[in-house]
Each structure stands twice: as C-alpha cells, then as structure tokens.
Design a protein around this ligand. Sequence first.
Ligand code: GLC
Length: 557
Amino acid sequence: MSTPLSTPIDIMSDPNWWRQAVVYQIYPRSFADSGGDGIGDLKGITSRVNYLASLGIDAVWLSPFYPSALADGGYDVDDYRNVDPKLGTLADFDEMIGALHAAGLKLIVDIVPNHTSNRHEWFRQALAAGPGSAERNRYIFRDGKGPGGAEPPSEWPSYFGGSSWERVPDGQWYLHLFAKEQPDLNWDNREVRDDFLTTLRFWADRGVDGFRIDVAHHLVKDFSRPFPDRSALDLETLEHGQHPFADRDEVHDIYAEWRQVFNEYDPPRTAVAEAWVHASRRARYASPQGLGQAFNFDLLQSDFDAASFRRIITHNLTEARQSGASSTWVFSNHDVVRHATRYGLPKAASLASTGGEFQSGHAWLLSGGTSPELDVELGIRRANAATLLMLALPGSGYLYQGEELGLHEVGDLPADAMQDPTFFRSHGVEKGRDGCRVPLPWTIDGPSFGFGSAGAHLPQPAWFGPRSVQAEDDDPSSTLNLYRRALALRRKLQGGEALEWVDDLGDTVLHFRRPGGWESITNFGAEPVPLPPGVVLSSSPLNDETELPPDTTAWIS
Ligand code: GLC
C-alpha cells in the first residue's frame, strides 16, 4: 500500500481550511472491521489512516459511531457522548483522531439533533414518567384524535413510510419524522438546547474539527396552529418558513448559539448542514453566523448533462458568494444510489421517478438491479469524468467511501439481508439504502475481501474483488489512482474561489478556467472535441493528446 503523503502543516491551523477542502465520508460500520465481528469499527479506521492519507483528502466525515440499535444505521443515537461498544471505546476514538491529525487529516463528526433513539435515557424516562411530565416535554407527545384518542394527532407522514406518530401504552402518541425508533426532540425545550451545546463541546474538546448536522432543517416545529393535513405539507408550495416542521426561520436561532460554541475554539470548529430546502433558503444555513456551510445536493440529483451541470454550478457559486460560505459539491453519500450506477443507467431511468431525495436509480433498485440494464463501464467512465469536473470547482468536495474505487451500487441484496428502515416500513416495496452501504473491499479475495477476518454485515458481491483497493492499487489506470492523482494535483493547482466559463467547444462541453491557469474541460457529447495543449490529467485515456473523447474530463495547466 502507498506511503502517506507528508503532513500538510497549514490545514491544521488555518481557520479557513474547510473552504476548499476535500472531505471523505466514512460510514464506519462498513469501512474496516478490526474486531472480526462483521461490523466496521474505529480501530479499523485507525488501521487505514495511511490509505486515507494516500488518497490526498483533507478531512474525514464520520457518520454516527454512537451507541445505537441500528434501527436507522446509527442515525438512531442512544448516547451522544459515547462510542458504540461494537465500534470501540472513547479511548479508541482518541487514538483514531490522533492518528488522523498526525497524518494531516481533519475530522468531522455527525450530529443528529432532530431525534434521539427510543433507547436514549431521556426517551425511557419520558415513557416511564407519563403524560404532562417534564420528561415527556423533551419530546413531542400529543393526545390522539377520534374516539379514545385512537387516531394519530395528524396525518403527517414519516419519511420512511407510514405515519409519523406512534402510540405508547398509556394512549399518547409521539412524533417521529423518521423511524418509530427515532422520536423527535422538542427544540422549544431549553434543556434540549443546552444538552446539545454540551455535546458539541464534548467532541470539540476531544479535538473534533467540525460537525455535519443531520436534517438541520427539521429541528423547530410549529404547534401553535391546528395540524395541517397532508396536502398542506409541500415545502415547494408553502410560503418559505411556513411549513409546520421543516425549514422554519426560528431554527437559525439554534445555529447562532452553536456558532458561538464553535467560535470558542481555535481554529473555530466548522459545520455543514444537511438541509433539504429550497435552493434560495440554503444560504441561511451556510451563513457565517450559523453553521457556515450547507450541502447542495443539486449535482447529486442531476443527470449527467452539460446544461444541467452548468446551471447548477453557476447558481451555487452565486449563492455561495452571497452567503459568505464556500460552495459544496457531492455526487454520492450513504443515502443515495452510487453515482457510477446512476450514470450507467439510461437517462430517464436514472432520474428521480417519484421525486424525493432518495429516488435516483429508483426503478433499477426496485427491479433488484436488473432493469433497465446497467452499463457498468459507461457508469464508471462518466462518474470519473464528473468527479474530475467536481474536483476542479471552487469550494469543498465531499466524497463517499468506495467511490474512489469506482464502486457501483449493490442492486441485488437479498430481502433477508436488508437493514434500512425504509425497506421494513414500506413492507419491502422500497429497497432502501443498503446497496451503497455494503462493506468496502480491501483485497482481491478472502472471507470479506479484507474488510475483516469474518464476514461482512451486508453481503458483498463477487465483483467487489476486482474493484478492491488491492486490485486497484498497482493499476495505473484504476479509478483509485485517478482519484489520487487528481487530489494531489488539486492541492497544487488550487487558487482563489473563482471560476470563469470558456464558451469555445459547444453546448455539450463544459470548459472553465480557475485562477492560476487551471482549466477543466468535460465532454458530455457523443463526439470527440479538440483539446488545448497542456493536459495534466484526464479521467479516461486519451487516444491522442489533441482530442477529448466523449464522457471524459481533462485538466489543463
Ligand atoms: C439524514 C441521514 C439519513 C438518516 C436521516 C435520519 O438524512 O443522512 O441517513 O436516515 O437523516 O436521521
């Protein structure tokens, strides 16, 4: 395996390190298993720090590693200030962060403030204490409607299917916008607010550099008016800030308080909001008085299409300038069908079929990964072209574990392996997100392709072997080595957060220039286009240095 790059000194102390950082998302239970129980763990991550450094990333974002029954892959948190015993201990966490920092890598952890798990101490107390108690007031308990209160208080749907209300034995109902094991917290309660400030300080004191805020737009809910019915819940049609449980203006009071905590540290801790809100509302989350940065999922929801990419890039750069944040770019994460797969499907099918953030590649997933037919190589070729384009954009790039191997979604997981609550709450109608969470292949063969000494908690397909780190490490034409070369070059070429379009190659080509003479050209069309001299990297081999083939990006410097 490659040796780590030398430690970049500036990133560790520069307060603006996040503005153009490349952040690699680790879904810890599926990254590397040191304990041989089939579940990835913190020691597994520590053992792979050299690999992470060899990629040339700047930071790691760690999805939840807190104690959890895994009703929602760890986003059901039992205890915000501890490590799941299956993943290790706080001492393992300290060792991991020490190793990351020593390798020049920052660490961002996931904070899940909208809901706890139903095993959280507070929720147990709420159930025991009964209606009207201070313990219940940390959550959102209500009486039901209809005779005997037997109907849920409102028609609000859960994101994972079914009602968002669950009844408890004494007859009251509690709100859960996600799984029933994820009761929503009451953010009108000062005690809840203070407890999260304690949690932020707890991790910041341990050296954590930043936070990714889960469903940041949901915390505040308006119960002052009668519950609107389901038809009145569309964020797109409601006046901004008027939705009863999403993107309410008051949520920013919470983040203003968090900002004060972040600024107690040197360098200030950073945060990035996961906020599925109207594009015009994103800047509020990204404001320097708030979380500082927000994900834009526009590219992730777009087809591989020049006009659409250009519109999104232009819009988001303008928006970032207005908010004071830098832009963020992301193609894949633990919630969506991997981008190699989306781009290997016919365009109409790879577009969202029913709308919603988790829907791309939806029809293909529902078919068990058989229909429409996936063009495996085209998907990887386009994904690599898209990633190279993205890494040349101003702002931060967020990568998801395994994309550097060109991994596809696993579309044929058997029903008895499924873990995603979406699968269960839809009674198996939806497949959910397990296909992008299958443990990483590190070696060409072995019981779990080097993930651990035993099996993997989600079954890995045979095609993982040739897509493993071992297989790709020594292959100069592999996706892994493309990512490494791209990230190393990006460090050298990166300049100010500006971009200038060059309109010289037609509508199906995106050509832009960055300060310092760095240019990126992507050919989305069907024919090769002429290339200017000075190619330093291309996402697919060039037959001839003067021509850019279809579905390829080249960098010029
Ligand atoms: C976010 C997470 C997703 C989780 C949900 C509820 O969208 O990314 O994985 O299921 O929040 O916490």
